[in-house]
Ligand binder design. Structure first.
Ligand code: 4NP
Length: 157
């Protein structure tokens, strides 16, 4: 069975496209059947490729983000995906405002899937310029979520 997951941040040019690329690669490595996409809660960068700093960090770790283009999250995403994952609490709040009436798709914070010792929110690297640290957080959360799917556990936290 295919598990469909949408990763969401503010701009869809730093955190969520990196999450999409890392998670897709780790799921393939782990033989886990997934469909993955990413989106932003804002429309600021719609149609743009990922931030060059995010692409460079990912490329250095063997992940190619160059084909991705930003789009804005929309209510229909709640019907298309089995799980929607926000990077920080404001992403989750904005996502909940898009939820169609009666829809029960889980919305979760990504770092809730990571093992041990991480903060609960992925900081915004667009301003903080901490792309290596953010990549490590996204990698840890991806490993946890891949393991959860492989084990057949609940997607919701
Ligand atoms: P992201 O980072 O949400 O991880 O894609 C940001 C990208 C752009 C902006 C803010 C955060 N911005 O203000 O344009």
């Amino acid at each position: 069975m295919t598990t469909r997951i949408l990763f969401v941040c503010l701009g869809n040019i730093c955190r969520s496209p990196t999450a999409e690329g890392v998670f897709r690669a780790l799921a393939a490595e782990g033989g886990v059947d997934v469909e993955v996409d990413s989106a932003g809660t804002s429309a600021w960068h719609v149609g743009s490729p990922p931030d060059s700093r995010a692409m460079a960090e990912a490329a250095g770790r063997g992940i190619d983000l160059s084909g991705l283009r930003a789009r804005q999250a929309e209510p229909e995403d709640f019907e298309r995906f089995d799980l929607i994952v926000g990077m920080d609490r404001s992403n989750v709040t904005r996502l909940e405002a898009l939820r169609p009436a009666g829809n029960t798709t889980p919305v979760a914070l990504f770092l809730g899937y990571a093992e041990g010792g991480l903060p609960t929110e992925v900081p915004d690297p667009y301003y903080e310029d901490n792309f290596p640290q953010v990549f490590d957080m996204l990698d840890a959360a991806s490993r946890g979520l891949v393991a959860r799917i492989a084990a057949g556990q609940e997607l919701a936290q």
